[in-house]
Design a protein around this ligand. Structure first.
Ligand SMILES: Cc1ncc(C[n+]2csc(CCOP(=O)(O)OP(=O)(O)O)c2C)c(N)n1
Length: 886
């Protein structure tokens, strides 16, 4: 039976797997002639196809009710039906000469797996009798059975072999696990190698530590059900599937000696982020960076259905991944999986070294074919085979808890007893609960080489060498694009940090006017002959998911990433960003993670300035996504001009552990502040802009607040307009550059105290906010501040099209005319003189709105001069004299 499996390379069945987990049987592949071995898979597939048809024709036999469609599993590990692809595609998959791994190593690896599988399964079920010293009773079983078994045996198989490989080949590796729900597998392996004990003394390598691990897993007192930042060696929040591959590539960038084997679930592989990430090899220069070894874990099932990849035959798989640029090696000889996996991994490492050697000796290979493995295992391998007439192993029924009623059902408890004792734990642990030496013989000897103790993961942050930003500033009074200015600054950052800062952009660098970043570096696109083998700090790939994944992997291994994007499309990676923020939160709650650089988003091409684009490109919602994060992480800045943007970027790039979002303009806009003023303004987060306020902002009728470049411009323009229309109206103009200062006192580290709030906004005067984002978002921030009845908020209200910049202000009711109307309405409540003129002025402003709109519609352009900087006699003087003090 095993020989069929070994030689068809096409079939895994439960009987084989059971016999192989306990005792490997070696069948030399050379004993089968090539023509026979080619014939067998197609014959088997043909047979299977007919069996399936048969089963459908005789649905009663299998108790299948076709009026209620569901997933039909008539046998464990159902095979993919044969495709119509030509036979010659078989030649694309990598064939290796059959070699057998020495028996001693096989035995040790097998024992590692038995121990890890035992611990993983016990973690899901047991609260007492964790080493199975006596017959199980209901009392030994946890009250809430939480965890995922199905993926664990495959993850453990790979873990055991990576250990062995690191030990025998002296490699530097990180193991990134896509199916993060397989935490029991990884935690079990980490306990076996002593890495858990290193970071958590309560999980010591003895009976007590093991009992603690098993009994508290997936409870409030223990480690959680998914891989996260509390898992030593993890750089990937594994709960939300899809990101592992891109994160792995980010981790190896500028880490030339690092190899990251990344296991991707075949369900996970259906996700958009994974689908795009196979291309990541095209952004990896093997001279400056390490390598990722993707391992597609083909167990055929996701939660409750077969996977797409599980239904693709070898030819479909090999054609797909060869097209991506990989050399594909199937690992599926379940009768001798240790030899198959080991020698396949050795082959992959050699291929990686070949590619790297060529690049590093000045003879880079154009379009190198990086290796990848497709590993076929049985989902829930070595667990219960059947329950209540349903297949468990080799089907989706093993995905979570294979025996869900083990606490109350005698049959299930009996099966649990049988399952756990099948690993023979008494042979695997010493009398004091440590693991036997044979298992230790396949674990790396040096702690720093162990997968759970890699320094990159928990203590590798090096602060950047940042240039002074002030020399890059623009002249106060000039017009300058924030993006152009910071482009030159980032270019200098690259020069000063040649191996530790990268920029990831979804094909918008030029469009966002950040092209100055390319003055001293390249786009790192290896498939383009004019970019190949030149390294480069910039990755431009039209996949926000890849950009985000790269940035995460790069940042979590100690380096610094910058991610500029169109404002409207950052929402694509909203949940990735949230998962990342969760990861950072948990990392900082451990005692051993020393923190990492912040991730830095720059939004430009905002809704206020859509020159070529229209309604689809008008979406400031990512601001709200960041605002909702834990205050410890959330930082949102809307610098009002180029100089303030520069100092903000400088601040963000050197900060740690935040999600920084900076929103700014790519178009030239007025520079209001000198470098010194900009620094002071940004340090405060908000300030009164005296040059456009009445009497420097003293004793106002109304406080007008601008947040965002164009929205602030309209506030300043409104102040100028009001000064002409009705000089009696006393205006105090405030700019907020740090959105978090508005949060209620005590809710955010940047939140203003009530005293500071009153000093800025007064304690009783009306306040009108002209805000770049959605008004409700700002209202949410303000909620709880005293006397909100005096506050009004305008912002983006989902109005727009392909139209002029000023029309965008008009249709969203945030133009200078609208601001002036709000100011008059508010001031009229307390200032009698204003009340007297209110109706007249309001009508006049309304007319301006109508006439301007009419002009725009008729002329297809904004009125001449509408973006001229409003002139105030004290534009320079008063602010300078204050800021220059001290
Ligand atoms: C983005 C995302 N969508 C859905 C889920 C819910 N989910 C958890 S596990 C799982 C199936 C995963 O299947 P696969 O990747 O093949 O892993 P394995 O079979 O090895 O458990 C799904 C859909 C998720 N965690 N993340």
């Amino acid at each position: 039976m095993c020989s069929d499996v070994a030689n068809t390379g096409n079939k895994v069945n439960k009987a084989n797997i059971q016999c192989c987990l306990m005792k490997p049987i070696y069948i030399p592949i050379s004993s089968i002639t090539p023509s026979v071995s080619l014939f067998i898979p197609s014959f088997l597939a043909y047979l299977r196809f007919n069996v399936l048809l048969l089963s459908q024709n005789h649905s009663k036999t299998y108790n299948i009710k076709f009026n209620m469609p569901g997933e039909v599993i008539t046998e464990p590990n159902p095979q993919a039906l044969p495709s119509h692809l030509p036979e010659y595609l078989d030649q694309l998959s990598v064939k290796l000469k059959y070699e057998t791994l020495d028996e001693k190593a096989c035995d040790a690896l097998l024992k590692f797996r038995r121990a890890a599988c035992y611990i993983a399964a016990a973690m899901i079920f047991l609260q007492e009798n964790t080493l199975l010293k006596s017959e199980l009773t209901f009392n030994h079983v946890k009250p809430r059975l939480l965890g995922h078994w199905g993926t664990c045996p495959g993850l453990i198989l790979v873990y055991s072999h990576l250990n062995y490989l690191i030990r025998t080949m002296d490699l530097d590796m990180l193991y990134v696990v896509g199916p993060g729900h397989g935490a029991p597998a990884i935690l079990a392996a980490l306990w076996l190698e002593g890495s858990l004990e290193r970071f958590y003394p309560q999980y010591s390598q003895d009976s007590k530590g093991l009992h603690n691990l098993i009994s508290t897993f997936s409870t409030t007192a223990g480690l959680p059900s998914h891989i996260n930042a509390e898992t030593p060696g993890a750089i990937h929040e594994g709960g939300e599937l899809g990101y592992a591959l891109a994160v792995s590539f980010g981790a190896v960038m500028d880490n030339p000696d690092l190899i990251v084997p990344c296991i991707v679930g075949d369900g996970e592989a259906e996700s958009g982020p994974t689908a795009t990430s196979w291309h990541a090899i095209k952004y990896l220069d093997p001279k400056e960076s390490g390598a990722v070894l993707p391992i597609l874990h083909l167990n055929g099932f996701k939660i409750s259905e077969r996977t797409i990849f599980g239904c693709m035959d070898h030819r479909e798989l090999v054609a797909l991944f060869s097209g991506y640029g990989y050399q594909v090696r199937f690992v599926e000889d379940i009768s001798d999986i240790d030899s198959d996996l080991h020698f396949s991994m050795v082959w992959a490492i050699k291929e990686i070294h070949k590619i790297q050697k060529a690049a590093r000796s000045g003879k880079p290979i154009m379009k190198p074919r990086w290796p990848m493995l497709i590993l076929r295992t049985s989902k829930g391998w070595s667990g219960p085979k059947q329950l209540h007439g349903k297949f468990i192993e080799g089907s989706y029924h093993s995905h979570q808890v294979p025996l869900p009623k083990a606490k109350t059902d005698k049959e299930e408890l009996g099966l649990l007893q049988k399952w756990l004792s099948s690993y023979k734990p008494e042979e695997l642990f010493t009398s004091d609960g440590d693991v036997i030496d044979e298992i230790k013989s396949v674990i790396p000897t040096e702690d720093k080489k162990k997968l759970g103790q890699r320094i990159e993961v928990y203590n590798s942050y090096t602060p950047p060498n940042l240039p002074d930003w002030k020399p890059f500033c623009a002249q106060k009074g000039s017009n300058e694009s924030s993006m152009k200015l910071i482009g030159t600054f980032i270019n200098q950052i690259f020069k000063d940090n040649p191996n530790s800062v990268r920029l990831f952009s979804p094909d918008e660098l030029e469009s966002n006017k950040l092209d100055a970043v390319l003055e001293g570096t390249n786009r790192n696109f290896q498939w383009d002959e004019f970019a190949n083998a030149r390294g480069g700090r910039v990755i431009e790939v039209l996949s926000e998911h890849m950009c985000q994944g790269f940035m995460q992997g790069y940042t979590l291994t100690g380096r610094i990433g910058i991610f500029p994007s169109y404002e409207s499309f950052l929402g694509i990676i909203h949940t990735m960003m949230v998962q990342y923020a969760k990861f950072i939160k948990m990392a900082l709650e451990t005692k051993w993670h020393s923190g990492v650089s912040s991730v830095n988003y720059i939004e430009s091409s905002t809704w206020t300035r859509q020159e070529h684009n229209g309604f689809s490109h008008q979406n400031p919602s990512f601001i709200g996504s960041v605002l909702k994060l834990k205050p410890t992480a959330a930082r949102v800045y809307l610098p009002p001009d180029a100089n303030t943007f520069l100092t903000t970027l400088h601040h963000c790039v050197k900060s740690k552990n935040y999600i920084n979002l900076m929103v700014g303009s790519k178009q030239p806009t007025p520079v209001y502040l000198t470098p010194k003023e900009a620094e002071s303004h940004c340090r405060a987060g908000a300030s009164i802009w005296k040059f456009c306020s009445t009497d420097d902002g003293v004793n106002p009728d109304v406080v007008l607040v601008g947040i965002g470049v164009e929205l602030m411009f309209e506030v300043i323009a409104a102040a100028a307009l009001l000064r002409k229309l009705i000089p009696e109206l006393r205006v105090c103009v405030v700019n907020v550059t740090d959105l978090m200062i508005l949060e209620n006192e005590g809710r955010h580290p940047h939140a203003l105290s009530t005293e500071a709030w009153d000093a800025l906004f007064t304690s009783d005067k009306p306040i009108h906010f002209n805000y770049h984002g959605y008004p409700t978002e700002l209202q949410g921030l303000l909620f709880g501040r005293p006397h909100l009845e005096r506050v009004s908020v305008d912002g983006y209200i989902e109005e727009g099209s392909t139209t002029t910049p000023f029309d965008m202000m008009l249709v969203n009711r945030v133009s200078r005319f609208h601001v002036a109307q709000q100011a008059i309405r508010a001031a009229a409540r307390t200032n009698e003189k204003i009340r007297v003129y209110q109706q007249e002025l309001n009508a006049q402003l309304e007319e301006s709105i109508v006439n301007t709109r009419k002009y725009i519609v008729e002329n297809h352009n904004d009125p001449e001069g509408i973006y001229d900087t409003p002139q105030f006699h004290n534009f320079n003087q008063p602010t300078e004299s204050f800021w220059n003090q001290g």
